[in-house]
Design a protein around this ligand. Structure first.
Ligand code: CTP
Ligand code: MG
Length: 164
């Protein structure tokens, strides 16, 4: 049981770090250039920045490098790159969909906010490597819990303005 949990977190770790890093290192010019979509709402919003994207992918890839050359990781370094890019691509798609639904930047959408990046990472890495189905299921079950916990800690540390 504990073994599956450790396996799950070890596998998805680059996606977690890619998604969490922008909270600390993000900010600056938004990816959508401040532009609006045809519906009058922002394309992505100020919460999706170049600095967040680049720093997130870099840290995700870096942790993948450390994993690969320490204990090793399924799919190796390539998997870490795909997990990081997949996580932040899904995060951007998530924001695009939120804006199309008229939801303001930072407003929570339970489910989407906690799982988009994990699903995006898993999808992009799947052609290279997928963990056992028990491990995949564990990732999908524990990610929302970890995400909620980490956001609460970020809020308490004044890194985030909302506790979610
Ligand atoms: N962030 C960033 N660049 C990214 C992703 C995130 O700079 N590509 C930073 C932003 O400061 C953002 C914070 O990380 O506010 C938290 O990310 P997230 O919860 O995904 O963004 P929200 O502000 O909630 O915006 P949205 O409603 O679009 O999800
Ligand atoms: Mg958010």
């Amino acid at each position: 049981m504990l073994e599956i949990l450790v396996e799950a977190i070890w596998f998805i770790l680059p996606a977690y770090l890619a998604n969490g890093t922008p909270v600390i290192l993000g900010g600056g010019p938004p990816i959508d250039g401040g532009k609006k979509f045809s519906d009058g709402n922002r394309i992505l919003g100020n919460g999706k920045t170049f600095r967040g994207l680049i720093s997130g992918i870099s840290i995700g890839v870096l942790i993948g490098l450390i994993q690969t050359f320490s204990l090793g990781r399924p799919g190796g370094f390539t998997a870490a790159i795909l997990l990081s890019i997949g996580a932040l691509t899904a995060d951007i798609i998530g924001s695009f969909l939120k804006r199309r639904a008229g939801i303001q930047r930072g407003s929570p959408v339970p489910g989407l906010d906690q799982l988009d990046f994990a699903i995006g990472g898993l999808l992009l890495v799947s052609p290279v490597v997928l963990p056992k189905w028990e491990t995949t299921l564990t990732i999908l079950l524990v990610t929302p819990l970890i995400h909620v916990g980490m956001n609460y800690i970020s809020y308490k540390l004044n890194l985030k303005s909302e506790p979610y």
